[in-house]
Design a protein around this ligand. Structure first.
Ligand code: GLN
Length: 197
């Protein structure tokens, strides 16, 4: 669904695998114009892109089809805002551990997949994003990665249990948790603002 109620292009939600429908639901609740992106050519019609959580290895397979990976690289290199959650953050990273795998290499972080161990498949914790919200945010982690290194140009916007969980490098925003799975619109609102900057 596309509803254009402001001067901007809609937010694209990458819809090849994973929990894209929950991001769409969140944007709908915020009355933010959005559209699902399934083909590389559709990137021309969106003002920003959300890369959802899911399985990064599965998404990588789709990236070589139709040149989706290259198209996203071009999109982000052109300065368009992108927001990766969990698997999306893994795909954006410069370095991936456990094990190493293909990635877009756009965000200067080292990220370790499935880093909380098999026992902790998923958890809900409270974390802090002081620049975004004065109160703690509920954060849902599902087979989540851990950001092990943050490059010089990367700002840590959110932490949970001392670890960076929300980071930003210019037009790139990445979270190791799933803000789309809570009622809290804080992180999506922050991303939406990046489209008009
Ligand atoms: N474990 C997944 C991966 O490595 C990420 C999990 C998620 O997106 N919730 O791609």
């Amino acid at each position: 669904m596309v509803t254009m109620n402001d001067g901007h292009k809609p937010i694209g939600v990458l819809a090849i695998q994973g929990d894209f429908a929950m991001h769409a639901k969140m944007l709908e609740r915020m009355s933010a114009p959005y559209t699902l992106v399934k083909h590389a050519s559709e990137l021309a019609d969106v003002g920003g892109l959300i890369m959802p959580g899911g399985e990064s290895t599965t998404m990588l397979k789709f990236f070589s089809n139709e040149g989706m990976g290259d198209a996203i690289k071009e999109f982000v290199t052109a300065g368009k805002p992108v927001f990766g959650t969990c698997a999306g953050a893994i795909l954006l990273a410069k370095e991936v551990l456990n094990p190493s795998q293909e990635r877009l290499g756009l965000l200067d972080i080292t990220i370790e997949r499935n880093a909380y161990g098999r026992q902790v498949d998923s958890s809900v914790r409270l974390g802090e994003c002081p620049e975004l919200s004065p109160r703690p945010l509920e954060m849902v982690f599902i087979r989540a990665p851990i950001i092990r290194r943050v490059g010089e140009g990367v700002r840590v916007l959110g932490r949970c249990a001392g670890l960076p969980v929300l980071v930003e490098q210019h037009n790139i925003l990445a979270a190791t948790f799933h803000p789309e799975l809570t009622e809290d619109e804080t992180v999506h609102r922050y991303f939406r603002k990046k489209l008009s900057q």
